[in-house]
Write a protein that binds this ligand. Structure first.
Ligand SMILES: CC(C)(COP(=O)(O)OP(=O)(O)OC[C@H]1O[C@@H](n2cnc3c(N)ncnc32)[C@H](O)[C@@H]1OP(=O)(O)O)[C@@H](O)C(=O)NCCC(=O)NCCS
Length: 172
């Protein structure tokens, strides 16, 4: 079922296969030019067809934000860790196209994602953020997440160690 929320001209709806070129482009940019994803080689475009159908088939949301009919970003979550005891805790990711940043789009996507998680009866939403990603940490603080741990040197990319900031949002 498609969900649409219109907030300040931003429409949030479920992702469809037609949106995946943008999702793929955001992924490639993040892999090649940032430490938002701790991976050196981007997935090929075809990976995302399977990714979307599996994720939606498992009942997880993949939301896109549209501005004037143009896809400006996406957000999604899945279970935080694999075992059954973690089923009420989810971990999300959120990406916004560079030319649309600073306009509240990630915030709008995240509010929709939190609404969906709460409606599903999830208990906690987690974010695992590279400690140098101060913009994302500020975004999550503004959304009510608190830092619960900073785990030093658990990642490596671009020939340097990366620390992981774990942030937590209790859901209603
Ligand atoms: C992080 C990201 C999702 C933010 O998207 P956005 O749509 O620009 O965020 P918003 O406009 O909703 O920002 C809301 C608040 O977050 C904070 N924020 C967002 N980006 C920031 C930045 N670069 N520097 C400092 N604070 C920032 C601010 O407090 C901002 O509120 P303000 O505009 O009133 O100051 C976007 O920059 C992005 O896609 N980055 C690359 C991928 C990434 O890092 N994803 C997160 C992985 S954990």
């Amino acid at each position: 079922m498609t969900t649409a929320y219109a907030t300040n001209g931003v429409v949030v709806r479920d992702c469809t296969p037609a949106d995946l070129d943008v999702v793929h482009a955001l992924h490639v940019d993040a892999v090649l030019h940032s430490t938002a994803i701790w991976q050196e080689e981007p997935h090929p475009r075809a990976y995302f067809d399977t990714w979307l159908s599996e994720r939606q088939g498992d009942g997880y949301p993949v939301l896109v934000a549209e501005v004037d009919g143009v896809v400006a970003g996406y957000a999604t979550y899945s279970q935080w860790r694999p075992h059954h005891g973690y089923r009420l805790t989810v971990e999300h990711s959120v990406y916004v196209v560079e030319s649309f940043r600073g306009r509240g789009i990630a915030s709008t996507l995240m509010r929709s994602l939190v609404e969906r998680a709460t409606a599903e009866g999830r208990h906690v939403m987690m974010a695992g953020i590279c400690s140098t990603n101060t913009g994302s940490i500020a975004l999550h603080e503004k959304l009510g997440f608190s830092t619960v741990a900073v785990v030093p040197e658990v990642g490596r990319k671009f020939d340097r160690w990366l620390d992981l900031t774990l942030m937590r949002l209790p859901l209603a």
